[in-house]
Design a protein around this ligand. Structure first.
Ligand SMILES: [Zn+2]
Ligand SMILES: [Zn+2]
Length: 141
C-alpha cells in the first residue's frame, strides 16, 4: 500500500484511527465485505468502535473515492478497496462477491454515449451465478 497519510492528505481527510482501520481492512481483503463484516473483523483490535462509526468511516471513504460501494441488490451494500473500474460477480447461493478482472467497459460506455447524448462517467455491471463451492455442494446433494 502506498503511504496512507499521503493519500489522506491529498483528499484533505483527517487521519482518524477508525478511517485508517476501515481502509486498511478493505485494502487487505478481496472479499467485498459488508459494513457488519468489517465491524466484526475490527472488533478485537478496536473494541470501542461502533457499527455507526464504521458506517461513517465508509461513507467518508466512498465520498473521496478511496473505497467503492457496491450495491449487489436487496439493499445489501458491500465495500471494495479497489477503486479502478472492474465488474463483480455474486454467488446467488452464499452471497460471496468476486472481482472480474480483465474486463473493460470503455467500449460499452462509448456505445451508451452514442445512443443517449449522455456523458458517461461510470458504469456498474453485475453478474450472478454459483461460486465453485456452491456448485460442488450442489453436486453432492
Ligand atoms: Zn457460493
Ligand atoms: Zn471488487
Amino acid at each position: 500500500m502506498n503511504n496512507l497519510s499521503e493519500v489522506f492528505k491529498e483528499k484533505k481527510l483527517k487521519l482518524t484511527p477508525q478511517r485508517i482501520a476501515v481502509y486498511k481492512y478493505l485494502k487487505s481483503t478481496k472479499e467485498h465485505p459488508s459494513a457488519e463484516v468489517i465491524y466484526k473483523a475490527l472488533q478485537p483490535e478496536y473494541p470501542t468502535m461502533s457499527l455507526a462509526t464504521v458506517y461513517k468511516a465508509l461513507k467518508t471513504l466512498v465520498e473521496v473515492g478511496l473505497v467503492q460501494e457496491i450495491n449487489v441488490g436487496e439493499g445489501n451494500f458491500r465495500y471494495d478497496g479497489m477503486v479502478c473500474p472492474h465488474s463483480h460477480i455474486q454467488c446467488l447461493s452464499c452471497g460471496r462477491v468476486d472481482d472480474i478482472a480483465g474486463f473493460c467497459f470503455n467500449d460499452l460506455n462509448d456505445t451508451v454515449k452514442g445512443q443517449t447524448d449522455y456523458e458517461v462517467m461510470t458504469s456498474q455491471v453485475y453478474f450472478y451465478g454459483l461460486c465453485r463451492d456452491c456448485k460442488n455442494n450442489k453436486k453432492d446433494e
